[in-house]
Design a protein around this ligand. Structure first.
Ligand SMILES: [Zn+2]
Length: 114
């Protein structure tokens, strides 16, 4: 389950960037072709945030569609899985979108006014 390692690196990175602040929400963009299963990632997230600055925070995953460009017929087509097969029958295609895996935004718990 590679989601565990990926989620761990996201949690580590967010904790590192938000030094000392409590995180309330993390919004992630996950492309359909990234190979990451959102459900598995949410499960790992819950396991990993305990005892970190992200404890109690919500993970929001925004899945983005995949698309590819066919080198045979030149058209762009939608892809939902890792099989890049153009409607024309050619598999000679390059991925245009859908491999994203990035943090879109992080919300922090408001600090009480000093
Ligand atoms: Zn084609």
């Amino acid at each position: 389950m590679h989601e565990l390692a990926i989620t761990q690196s996201v949690v580590d990175m967010v904790a590192e960037r938000t030094v000392g602040r409590q995180v309330s929400l993390v919004r992630l963009e996950v492309g359909r072709l990234s190979g990451v299963v959102p459900d598995a990632m949410e499960f790992c997230y819950e396991l990993l945030i305990g005892g970190t600055a992200l404890e109690g925070s919500t993970l929001v995953i925004e899945q983005t569609a995949g698309s590819a460009h066919c080198r045979s017929c030149g058209r762009d087509f939608a892809v939902d899985d890792l099989i890049l097969l153009c409607p024309c029958g050619s598999a000679d295609a390059e991925v245009l979108a859908g491999r994203e895996l990035r943090v879109l935004s992080v919300e922090l718990v408001a600090e009480p006014c000093a």
